[in-house]
Write a new protein. Structure first.
Length: 474
């Protein structure tokens, strides 16, 4: 027994540790990072090397993609341009009309819209007086769009509130010269919305040969007789059945072209008896060439009046037969369409020395033009001087054709007081372009520029070569 200084023995006790709580640790050896990176790099390279064997199609596609990215800077644009050029040439060759409509005219509209109209829009409108000012600020109509047709530019414009289309209609000459166009026409689409039409070239500059004669009477359309060409390239058609037509123009303006084009378009129906033409020809120079085509022909003052009064009697007899039974006329051989053609009508209404002849002629014309449309009688009158004292029945002709005239005031007499504001400058028609005219139809505000086909003496001889019915009477 041992003792200590305290006089007591002290024994140190320890708690035993369970065997399952004893852990044996091994020393940790740290691998350098460079070796880890090298190992992963080696694995990645081995994976890439095995790709062609594992996924050959994927590797080929990826290679092509990478190659295209590398070569796109110079190969890509060349391929795209080549495909575009070849495709465009093929389109233009196989479908030239659609190519011109969708590509050529759209590109032209883009260029002209920027270079011609938007570039000069502000100075032209300011100088023309179409710019509005309010509180020291200037307001301009805005260009909505520019479209090009085969012959003209159509500039759609949004007006400034408080202005009217008449402001543009009054300044069409300034606009035409400002944008270097031969003319300017205004078309109203709606409130504050209009179109300015600027022709780029004259589609009517060249003479138009006589149009083909219809194949048969069934092919004759009396409400759309082909007469020539409109300035937009379409065929000019004129209505005769159900209307009356006044043709005005100076000597050499082409009145004969209008008359003979209408007769030529009706020729098969004349031969079949569905149409009868009565011709009044005081000059004896224009209609006498084809007198065998006419049901009645007259050239002296008294004979002309008798022809007109005979037409009035026939018209009234037909009206009596139709009363209560028929409301509109359909041409038949029993009741043909009657056309009364008067060349130089002023001779009968103003210049004939016999006052009684003038009175009878004017009364007959007034009766025909006021009552004849519904029963199949039409008057086509041609004159040089449209003044009221010469021809005071102008308002009884729904459709009017203004060939070249002497004065601007005469345009208003024939086509109406606002015709020149809408671009119908018939007094400015080139004397070297006979047959060119402005046409204003019943119910239409916008005159149309046209040119009648030229029917030569040889064409008239060919028309009269075949039997056209009975011989005309003098």
């Amino acid at each position: 027994m041992l003792g200590n200084s305290n006089g007591a023995s002290q024994v140190e006790h320890t708690t035993p540790v369970p065997a399952h709580a004893i852990r044996f640790t091994t020393p940790v050896v740290k691998t350098p990072a460079v070796f880890i990176l090298g190992r992963w790099l080696w694995r990645f390279l081995a994976f890439l090397a095995s790709l062609p064997v594992r996924f050959p199609l994927s590797v080929a596609s990826a290679g092509a993609l990478v190659g295209s990215w590398v070569l796109w800077d110079w190969v890509g644009p060349a391929v795209v341009c080549t495909v575009a050029v070849v495709g465009g040439l093929a389109w233009r060759h196989w479908h030239p009309s659609t190519f011109r409509r969708w590509v050529t005219l759209r590109a032209l509209a883009l260029v002209r819209g920027v270079w011609v109209y938007r570039r000069h829009w502000q100075p032209v409108l300011v100088v023309s007086g179409l710019a509005e000012s309010y509180l020291e600020r200037q307001y301009l109509p805005r260009i909505r769009s520019v479209k090009c047709s085969e012959w003209a530019d159509r500039v759609r414009v949004k007006l400034v509130p408080g202005t009217a289309p008449a402001d543009f209609e009054d300044r069409t000459p300034q606009l035409a010269h400002g944008f270097q166009a031969p003319a300017c026409r205004v078309e109203v689409l709606g409130p504050l919305d209009l179109v300015l039409e600027f022709p780029r070239r004259d589609m009517l500059a060249d003479p138009i040969p006589a149009l083909p004669v219809p194949d048969s009477a069934d092919a004759v359309d009396l409400v759309a007789l082909p007469m020539g060409r409109c300035e937009d390239g379409r065929t000019w058609t004129m209505r005769l059945h159900g209307t009356h037509v006044l043709v005005a123009g100076v000597t050499g303006a082409g009145k004969g072209s209008v008359i003979w084009s209408a007769v030529r378009a009706m020729l098969p129906a004349i031969r079949s008896g569905l149409v009868r033409v009565r011709a009044v020809d005081p000059k004896r120079m224009e209609l006498s060439y084809g007198r065998t085509l006419f049901h009645r022909y007259a050239d002296s003052g008294e004979a002309c009046v008798e022809l007109l009064e005979e037409a009035v009697a026939d018209m009234q007899a037909r009206a009596d037969a139709y009363a209560g039974a028929v409301r509109s006329h359909t041409p038949t051989t029993d009741d043909p369409f009657e056309v009364v053609v008067l060349d130089e009508v002023a001779f009968l209404t103003a210049y004939h020395p016999d006052r009684e002849v003038r009175r009878r002629a004017e009364n007959a014309m007034a009766t025909l033009t006021s009552q004849g449309r519904s029963v199949g009688f039409t008057v086509v009158a041609a004159l040089q001087d449209p003044r009221k004292e010469v021809m005071n029945l102008r308002n009884l002709f729904p459709d009017k054709v203004a060939l070249r005239l002497d004065e601007a005031s005469q345009v208003d007499m024939v086509l109406g007081p606002d015709a020149r504001d809408r671009g119908a400058d018939a007094h400015l028609i080139d004397p070297a372009a006979p047959g060119t005219a402005f046409v204003r139809l019943e119910g239409s505000k916008t005159p149309t520029r046209v040119r009648a086909a030229y029917v030569s003496d040889a064409d008239i001889d060919a028309m009269t070569a075949d039997e056209a019915g009975g011989e005309g009477e003098g």
